[in-house]
Design a binder for this molecule. Structure first.
Ligand SMILES: C[S@@+](CC[C@H](N)C(=O)[O-])C[C@H]1O[C@@H](n2cnc3c(N)ncnc32)[C@H](O)[C@@H]1O
Length: 241
C-alpha cells in the first residue's frame, strides 16, 4: 500500500492511523526502545534554536513533538495540527505541556503566511500524498528567518546496520504490530513506506526547491532516522538610495 498516491494514499493513511491510534504511543516506545522521545527532543531543540515566537508541529499525532517544542526556550506558544480527531483526542488528554491542537491537512495548512517562528513534522512525511507540497506549506507559514525541520525514517546506506534494520523492520515490527496493536497490515506498511521514501539527500533537495537555505541533515538511530533542517531566507532591508 506504500505505493499509493493522491487521495487513495490520504484515505489509506487516515483509516490506518484511526485504527492504530489507541496503541500508537505504546508501539512507538516498543519499536524504538523509548528512543523516539530522545529523537523528538533533539528535533524540538534544533527547530527552536535561537528563535522567539510560536511553533507549529505538523501531523502532530499524539502530540509528543509539540510538547517537546513547548519546553524549548524562546517558544511562546505551540500549535499541533493533524488530519485525525482520533490522534488529536489522545494528544489533548496528555496535557504534558501547554499546546493547542487543531484539525487540518498538512497540504493546506489552516494558517496565515509567516504565522510561526518555526515548523516541524515528525514521522509523517512518508505518509503525505505530496512531499514537496508539504514542505512548501511549512515554509509558507514560517516567518522569514524562521526554520523548518522534519524527523523521518530514512533509507539506510547498504551495510551491516542496514541489513539488520531490514530484518528488524520487515519481520519483527509487523509481528509486534500484530501482537500489540492487532494490526499487522499497518506495521507492514511502515517498513514498506520507508523503501518508497526519498533518500536523505533527496529530501534535502526538496527543502532547497521549496526556497529554504542552510539546508542540512543529521542521522540518528544508527542511520535509520534523519533530522532535516532548513531556514526561510530573512527579508532583506531595502538598499539605501
Ligand atoms: C506516524 S504518525 C506521526 C505522529 C507524530 N508526529 C509523531 O512523531 O509521533 C503520522 C501522523 O500524520 C498524520 N497525517 C497523515 N497525513 C496527514 C496530512 N495530510 N495532514 C495532516 N496530518 C496527516 C496522521 O494522522 C498521523 O497522526
Amino acid at each position: 500500500m506504500a505505493h499509493l498516491r493522491g487521495d487513495d494514499k490520504r484515505r489509506y493513511v487516515a483509516e490506518m492511523f484511526a485504527r492504530i491510534s489507541p496503541r500508537y504511543d505504546l508501539m512507538n516506545s516498543l519499536m524504538t526502545g523509548g528512543l523516539h522521545h530522545h529523537w523528538k527532543r533533539a528535533t524540538a531543540r534544533r527547530t527552536a534554536a535561537g528563535l522567539n515566537g510560536p511553533a507549529l508541529d505538523v501531523a502532530t499525532g499524539t502530540g509528543d513533538l509539540a510538547f517537546a517544542l513547548a519546553r524549548c526556550p524562546g517558544i511562546t506558544a505551540v500549535v499541533g495540527v493533524d488530519l485525525l480527531p482520533e490522534m488529536l483526542r489522545i494528544a489533548a488528554r496528555k496535557s504534558a505541556a501547554p499546546a493547542a491542537f487543531v484539525l487540518g491537512d498538512a497540504l493546506r495548512l489552516p494558517f496565515a503566511d509567516a504565522a510561526f517562528a518555526c515548523a516541524t513534522a515528525g514521522f509523517s512525511l512518508r505518509n503525505m500524498p505530496d512531499v514537496p507540497a508539504a514542505i512548501k506549506e511549512m515554509a509558507r507559514v514560517v516567518a522569514p528567518g524562521g526554520r523548518v525541520t522534519t524527523l523521518e525514517l530514512t533509507p539506510m546506506a547498504p551495510g551491516v546496520p542496514a541489513a539488520v534494520g531490514r530484518l528488524y523492520f520487515h519481520h519483527l515490527v509487523p509481528l509486534l504490530g500484530h501482537l500489540v496493536a492487532g494490526d499487522r497490515a499497518a506495521y507492514t506498511y511502515l517498513p514498506d513506506s520507508v523503501d518508497y521514501f526519498l533518500t536523505a539527500d533527496g529530501l534535502a533537495d526538496v527543502y532547497r526547491r521549496a526556497g529554504l537555505v542552510n539546508v542540512g541533515y543529521r542521522r540518528l538511530g544508527l542511520g535509520g532516522v534523519a533530522l532535516h533542517y532548513g531556514e526561510k531566507p530573512a527579508r532583506r532591508s531595502p538598499e539605501p538610495v
